[in-house]
Write a protein that binds this ligand. Structure first.
Ligand code: HEC
Length: 121
């Protein structure tokens, strides 16, 4: 599952540069640019704080949405939320690859970790 390897870097909290065992894919890694922060989402199968309720189709659609140039170039409004999640690059994965990543994430233990995705510094 080479494709999911890149996801873990952002979607896991690091402590002293190391992945904290038992928190894989639970999100919580905060990135701030110009005072605006986006925090990586919990993508474990937890139903309340993760993506446990997201169907495979809805998961793929989240990426497929960015497959045309218009959506890739949506301008962030002043004070709007910007994200570091590389949607514009990852949407070029095929539905099959995205489906495989979804299946892979489904094999992870659900972890309860509520994340506020967008915030100010
Ligand atoms: C550069 C860091 C980064 C990488 C790499 C990354 N993500 Fe993210 N991701 C984020 C951040 C930050 C958010 C929260 C903001 C948002 O939703 O745009 C997010 C949000 C998400 C969401 C939305 C969850 C929700 O609650 O709606 C999904 C699904 C997701 N990522 C899946 C993935 C997958 C699958 C991969 C690997 C193929 C991946 N991400 C790689 C940073 C990253």
């Amino acid at each position: 599952m080479a494709n999911a390897v890149g996801c873990i870097d952002c979607h896991t909290k690091l402590e002293k540069g190391q992945i904290m065992p038992g928190t894989e894919f639970a999100g919580g890694f905060k990135f701030c640019v110009n005072g605006k922060c986006s925090t990586s989402a919990n993508i474990t199968p937890d139903k309340e704080t993760g993506i446990g309720l997201l169907t495979k189709e809805a998961f793929i659609e989240k990426f497929a949405f960015y497959r045309n140039d218009a959506s890739k170039n949506i301008l962030v409004e002043k004070d709007g939320n910007n994200t570091i999640m590389p949607w514009a690059r990852l949407c070029d994965l095929t539905d099959e690859d995205l489906g495989a990543i979804y299946e892979y994430l489904r094999t992870m233990p659900p972890i309860v970790n509520k994340v506020e995705k967008f915030s100010k510094q």
